[in-house]
Design a protein around this ligand. Sequence first.
Ligand code: FAQ
Length: 321
Amino acid sequence: MYTQSLNGTPTDSDLSQDDREALVRFQARIDRDEKIEPNDWMPAAYRKTLVRQISQHAHSEVIGMQPEGAWLSRAPTLKRKGVLMAKIQDEAGHGLYLYSAAETLGVARSDLVDQLLSGKAKYSSIFNYPTLNWADLGAVGWLVDGAAIMNQIPLCRCSYGPYARAMIRVCKEESFHQRQGYELISDMANGTPEQHQMAQDALDRWWWPALMMFGPSDKDSAHSSKSMQWKIKRFTNDELRQKFIDATVPQGDRIGLKLPDPDLKWNASEGHYDYGEIDWEEFKRVLNGDGPCNVERMEIRTAAHENGAWVREAAAAHAEK
Ligand code: FAQ
């Protein structure tokens, strides 16, 4: 039966009259902005899209701890170390809420983790870039968390209840992350000439990968049209990328840093910034495993998972008592 199965997308001719009517009722609920809850009827393809997106989002939060974790022992002050530690713990928490939200769709967390470790599931391309110096931590907070919030605020209104509710807390925490990153990089931009140069260099390296976080351009986005129809996504990839650019340009100006795009210019008639061509070949290479840090990220994640086996066994034994 099509109704609650996890696999496969039926064609119209596979659907019974009952299923067709259920689909119409489902879309009407979405159109009325009702939340879909775990025990409600939903099309298999809606469930599959959510499992894919939520689990990849969870994997991104977990892998995303690595570029920052590398700097915990080298943070320049106790205050910065405390802030960074709290931020990384938040990312772990986001991963956990998101895996829990995915589990409400009838998948096991262990299967999702297996998909990550076997390379079957993606995580955000951004986390395959290295954090080379302390200014990079400012660029990550300012740009990576900034892009993440721009994408995630609309997810608070996603049609699937558990995902939407998880996003509310995630977004509140991400907005602190963005502010601490902006504060860090502005301190450096206003510091010595060497510190200013480090901040500019970090911006130069993180700008284009941050724009890629929003996904392929709309014409190449396989899932956008269905996800928009189902109100999983409220804006397309290009719409969110544009909003992010428009919000970020004045932030760069304010701290005297220049975005590394010679084609960036205010378009008064459209009311937004025009920007240069994104290197989609680089995006594809990173997604296919050939980014600067893909191998390292997966090695570290796999080792952490294996080293944690005794904790999972102990927790299972305790739960059985
Ligand atoms: N990287 O048809 P679309 C964070 C894949 S959290 C890798 O447009 P969709 C917090 C896409 O999955 C950052 N893969 O797909 C933090 C699909 O592959 P598939 C993560 C990408 O789903 C900060 C294929 O390309 N945020 O940063 C990327 O409609 C600091 C076709 O693309 C989320 O996951 C990419 N950049 O739109 C943590 C937010 N872009 O599955 C630590 C939730 C696309 O067919 C430190 N996700 N792909 O094999 C979303 O909003 C959406 O899934 C998009 C992609 C917008 C990412």
